[in-house]
Design a protein around this ligand. Structure first.
Ligand SMILES: Cc1cc2nc3c(=O)[nH]c(=O)nc-3n(C[C@H](O)[C@H](O)[C@H](O)COP(=O)(O)OP(=O)(O)OC[C@H]3O[C@@H](n4cnc5c(N)ncnc54)[C@H](O)[C@@H]3O)c2cc1C
Length: 380
């Protein structure tokens, strides 16, 4: 006779921010929730990212979600019942040439036609007012003054504690090895025993493709590495988070004086060993970009560099939505390097899909079956 299964209304696979946010929103709406995490919560992308809370330069399909998410960031203590460390520093996307400025002008015009005014075009003088130490060659920028940043592991901890206070059972060190639908229930098999629930949520990050495959809907998700580096402390010189238009760069100075440098710096990831491999040469090139913009930083030392593993979709936008092949299954994965900002709203969407059968936000572009005509594989 097999041991009794652990039961709940909902089972969440994956304890990154999307899983924790989903579990919290579901628990706030009265569900009993168990969350299964292979390692520990926040061990992967959600705990090691750059903490950018950025609506700027989003894929147009993501704009409504990112704006709704940002509103939640500003009220995060209401959601997680404690200060979560969001810093509303604003974000600037810089143009360094007339052509880049044209690109930014076109972006803002498109957003305005869509009814969004959160990204505002500003001239070089206003950029210099915001960041006086910046090189004078800047031709303009997009300014999103309500954007900002937060400390990733602090945010994970706040979501984790809030979920637990609302009764969510966290099962860390519990990888979901096999899922199957038996009658009206999902059964999830783990080395720690069997879990059962009528609803299953797949928030397994870079590894979510395997869960989707087992549900009969394989997707072309790729596990990729993303790198960051952090400098030693330096006098305060920049308040907003900065991004560039013509090169891969995003960086911010934290309150303690250290500068975090990233901006979609891709590297190799080993999805089986579950780690990313730091590429020092690429990091060196990126460091030069920073000293190009801020010549006074020449000579500043890099203190630490690291890489995390992220799930990338071919079109760079996530899968968020119900399964097209199975009842009682919702997916939210493949955030392609920008899921931290979206996490508060993703949990709300997942809870709506589980409990109401539809979301109040426009999620049609994120449907899992949009890849149906392409080669359905999980790539590592
Ligand atoms: C270096 C770096 C910088 C980034 N910077 C930013 C940024 O500035 N702003 C931004 O918006 N986004 C950023 N991102 C992206 C952001 O971190 C991710 O999009 C987001 O954290 C994804 O959250 P997740 O919950 O989907 O994935 P994860 O955090 O990877 O969580 C998924 C979890 O599922 C678990 N899991 C997997 N398989 C199983 C299984 N079978 N059973 C149980 N558990 C399982 C994993 O152990 C993992 O903990 C960055 C990412 C990286 C790596």
């Amino acid at each position: 006779m097999s041991a009794a299964a652990s039961t709940s209304d909902v089972l969440v696979i994956g304890g990154g921010l999307q899983g924790l946010s989903s579990a919290l929103h579901l628990a706030r709406r009265g569900c009993s929730v168990r969350l299964l995490e292979a390692d520990y919560c926040g061990r992967h992308a959600s705990g090691v990212n750059a903490g950018g809370v950025r609506t700027v330069d989003r894929h147009l399909a993501e704009v409504p979600l990112s704006v709704a998410a940002r509103a939640l960031w500003h009220r995060l203590p209401e959601l997680v019942d404690e200060p979560a460390g969001f810093v509303p520093s604003g974000q600037l996307k810089l143009a360094e040439t007339p052509d880049e400025l044209l690109t930014l002008q076109e972006r803002v015009a498109t957003l305005n036609v869509m009814g969004f005014t959160h990204e505002r075009l500003i001239g070089p003088a206003e950029v210099r007012e915001l960041v006086p130490s910046l090189t004078p060659r800047i031709t303009g920028a997009i300014w999103a003054e309500d954007d900002g940043y937060a400390y990733p592991f602090g945010v994970v901890t706040a979501f984790r504690r809030a979920a637990q206070r609302r009764g969510v059972q966290l099962h860390e060190g519990t990888p979901a090895q096999r899922i199957e639908r038996v009658g009206s229930l999902w059964q999830v098999h783990t080395p720690q025993g069997r879990f059962e629930a009528p609803h299953l949520v797949n928030t397994a990050g870079a590894w979510a493709g395997e869960i989707a495959r087992q549900a009969g809907e394989p997707v072309p998700i790729e596990a990729g590495g993303l790198m960051l580096m952090v400098t030693t402390r330096v006098e305060p010189f920049v308040n907003p988070v900065l991004g560039a238009t013509g090169r891969a760069l995003s960086f911010k100075q934290f309150g303690n004086g250290t500068v975090v440098i990233g901006g979609g710096l891709r590297c190799k990831a080993d999805a089986v060993a579950r780690h990313g491999e730091v590429d020092m040469l690429q990091l060196a090139r990126s460091a030069h970009t920073v000293t190009d913009l801020f010549p006074h930083l020449q000579g500043l030392s890099i203190n630490r560099a690291w890489a995390g593993v992220e799930g990338f979709m071919p079109d760079q936008i996530p899968v968020i939505g119900p399964s097209r092949t199975q009842p009682g299954l919702v997916h939210a994965f493949g955030f392609s390097a920008h899921g931290f900002e979206l996490s508060p709203i993703v949990g709300q969407i997942v809870a709506e899909l589980v409990l109401d059968g539809a979301s109040t936000l426009p999620i049609a572009p994120f449907a899992i079956d949009r890849f149906a005509s392409s080669t359905p594989t999980t790539r590592h």
